[in-house]
Design a protein around this ligand. Structure first.
Ligand SMILES: [Zn+2]
Ligand SMILES: [Zn+2]
Length: 115
């Protein structure tokens, strides 16, 4: 499968490709655990953080902040390296970088995996 572009919902600027997205199988079962709000958020895989997001996080000293589209400044998500929140069922830590599903355009493929 070829990587697919993830775009800003507002201006269609390509943000990164879907290889950065954390596989839903890495997290706990969304049916049993409500922490992963997979309809509202998608999570960026920690070992595949896109360069421009990494730069942003470094600028904030690995604390927390918001992520905006590089082009139109639309808020697309946020990151939080402070809380280290565990999910409801306690079996995993919520990934620090998440994107708001409604602010980005995802390829159909990913949507199909999720539901
Ligand atoms: Zn944009
Ligand atoms: Zn859980």
């Amino acid at each position: 499968m070829n990587p697919q572009a993830i775009k800003c919902h507002k201006c269609r600027h390509i943000l990164f490709d879907d290889t950065c997205i954390q596989d839903s199988s890495l997290t706990c079962d969304p049916k049993k655990c409500e922490s992963y709000d997979i309809k509202r958020f998608i999570y960026v895989s920690e070992d595949k953080v896109p360069a421009w997001i990494k730069e942003k996080i470094e600028n904030e000293d690995w604390t927390k902040g918001k992520l905006h589209c590089q082009k139109c400044n639309n808020r697309i998500g946020s990151f939080d390296y402070i809380s280290g929140r565990k999910c409801n069922c306690g079996s995993s830590v919520i990934p620090p970088i998440h994107l708001v599903t409604s602010q980005i355009d995802r390829p159909m493929q990913i949507q199909n995996i999720i539901r």
